[in-house]
Write a protein that binds this ligand. Sequence first.
Ligand code: DHB
Ligand code: FE
Length: 281
Amino acid sequence: MAKIIGGLTTSHIPAIGNAMYSKLEQEPYWKRFFDGYEPVKEWLDEVQPDLAIVVYNDHGLNFFLNQVPTFALGCADSYQNDDEGWGIPASADVKGDAELSWHIAETMIRDEFDITTCQEMKVDHGFMVPMNLFWRDKPTTNWPKAIPLAVNTVQHPLTSAKRCYDLGKSLRKAIDSYPEDMKVVVIGTGGLSHQLQGERAGIIDVDFDLECMDKIINEPSWMTGLSNDYIMEKAGTEGIEVIMWMVMRGALNDKVNVLHKHYHAPISNTGAGVLLLTDAE
Ligand code: DHB
Ligand code: FE
């Protein structure tokens, strides 16, 4: 049977993609940030997951403002990255698993999540930066397969932390009921606090970020009780991306073990957080 062996989270700031491409990891600005990923990479080397579900938001590469689904699931056997304007070459294609994707789609739709199924899907920094952060030391051909699960955090009205958490529970049901032996990790991406435009652009609320990380681990009902307005007031308009961490959290047990936790701010305009959680009994 397939099994979720862990939940990971990371921010997906595009400047990180440039730092990896330009090999800036040891520079003073970047060193502490990248050091925060080493324990997760060691764990991944040890457990060797077969597949990653990457929960991210598309920032205008695959969906533009004229057509934005609330939840969209990749149902393809490979996913393409494309130029996002940083002068970084597009990454190699990432292998998918269409069969598992359709099983997840069926489970979620049976659970009344009316997701959009995408048999073609371009993936932007929201997906590629996390994949690169966790697996860049390996040739792309040795990466686990991946399935993109896109959540609209861009075009209002947006879904909620609660709905993302519930979607994670449906995702768990889907993986637990898939007959093939397969080790799966779920990656929640985005956040933490940041706002890229308007009057309060650039403000990072470290206390709120740390509180979110703690509550996501220990008291997810705190997070599911928050309104989007409140999250955006504290974390900024793009800080709402944190709701995607709740899909990961919903896919794990009520109680979790914290194998790794790291926070660093600022990276670009953003508070950057990393978690590695596993199910506690
Ligand atoms: C930044 C962060 C993001 O999550 C994003 O999608 C784009 C930019 C930033 O901090 O620069
Ligand atoms: Fe983003």
